[in-house]
Design a protein around this ligand. Structure first.
Ligand code: SAM
Length: 151
């Protein structure tokens, strides 16, 4: 049975990430040393959102394409009361609890092991965060995913 180009796109990404170690350097493709400055930039952007006239509540966030939980640990958990994570790679998701640490145990919410192209949020989030992942979706799936998030 032949595989469609769309299925091939996701299979290739799946295969690639399945060979990458569950480390900070791994999820940043060997650029682990930029994590600090990357998070600083994200903090500035997130802070600017809290300056809106109608800012989101700092209650529940969703970290999409979360890897081992780097963005959850350093950006979202210090601000939000609860953070759920979506990640297609089982091994990364398994390492999240240990990576975010016991200090963040009470902030860790649901972990969803699914690709964003198939994911539909089943609750309302104050912020849905996508960092270093949307390039993995094709245009059609990206538009449809963003539409499901907005709903
Ligand atoms: C460059 S890493 C970034 C991880 C994390 N966002 C961070 O900044 O540390 C990309 C992540 O996206 C995940 N990913 C790739 N394709 C995905 C898809 N279709 N749906 C959900 N996650 C995906 C990979 O498994 C990997 O964990």
């Amino acid at each position: 049975m032949s595989i469609s180009s769309k299925e091939l796109l996701y299979k290739k990404a799946d295969d690639y990430w399945s060979h990458i170690p569950a480390t900070l350097d791994g999820v940043l493709g060997g650029f682990g040393f930029i994590s600090g400055i990357d998070i600083e930039g994200s903090k500035k952007f997130l802070k600017s959102i809290f300056c809106f006239e109608n800012p989101p509540s700092p209650d529940v966030a969703l970290d999409c394409g979360a890897g081992i939980g780097r963005v959850s640990k350093y950006l979202l958990m210090p601000i939000f009361g609860k953070v759920d994570l979506v990640e297609q790679d089982k091994k990364f998701l398994k390492s999240v609890k240990e990576f975010v640490g016991s200090d963040n145990e009470n902030k860790l919410g649901s972990l969803y092991n699914v690709g964003l192209q198939q994911f539909t949020p089943d609750k309302k989030y104050d912020v849905i965060w996508n960092q270093w992942v949307l390039g993995h979706l094709d245009d059609e799936d990206l538009i449809s995913y963003l539409g499901r998030c907005r709903q």
